[in-house]
Write a protein that binds this ligand. Sequence first.
Ligand SMILES: [Zn+2]
Length: 257
Amino acid sequence: MSFIKFLGTAGARFVVMKQLRASGGVWLSVGKTNLYIDPGPGALVRCLNSKPKLDPSTLNGILLTHKHIDHSGDVNVMIEAMTEGGFKKRGVLFAPGDALEEDPVVLKYVRGYVEKVEVLKENSDYQIGEIPFSTAQKHLHRVETYGLNFKISPHTLSWITDTKFFPELPHLYRGGLLIIHVVRFNPIGYDPVDHLSVEDAKHIIKESKPRLTILTHFGMTMVKAKPWVVAANLEKELGTKVIAASDGMKLELEEVK
Ligand SMILES: [Zn+2]
């Protein structure tokens, strides 16, 4: 069975700092391959408290879409957990160069615990066990940031992580399942780190035409607007399936029609 489990759905500072939603990131399992994406603050605790428990020592890889703390806060402890305290060399770490080189978020001593560190670059192909994936072009997001396209079955999966909207964006992510980080309810206002709004998501869904869209990574304005209401309204307006992720939500990929 292949599945995605949302161990956190918080986005941006206030929702993370106040833990209005958890910020653990996402566990992706395809066949026997387990990949952790964006282990934000609380990832380890959320794994171990998950029912059934998700055991980090079964991970084959950990991936950072970018180095912001809500995506990387637990990366070091997750590497330790994946490698059983560093005693069992295991797994691959995928991260953009600036997460490793410039003001790095991955400690040097834990890098030696993984079998391989793969630096993410734009428009490149990667493989971890049964999960082939590629990056698209660099996102507009201050730090080096990549969205992902997973060529997995029974559905391809596209992942639009943090970014400011740009015209090519919808064309880069054509997966049957589409995850969008919708931090903002409204496009206007002060946003120091460039995020997508509901309006941007609407535009993307219209162009990209996924079978199912999952909204996640909610900032304060989205939490207040109730993400499940926003999703229902989008679904009604666009005539295509849209859901909002919640903390602990598990999506069995075989069950998505
Ligand atoms: Zn970010």
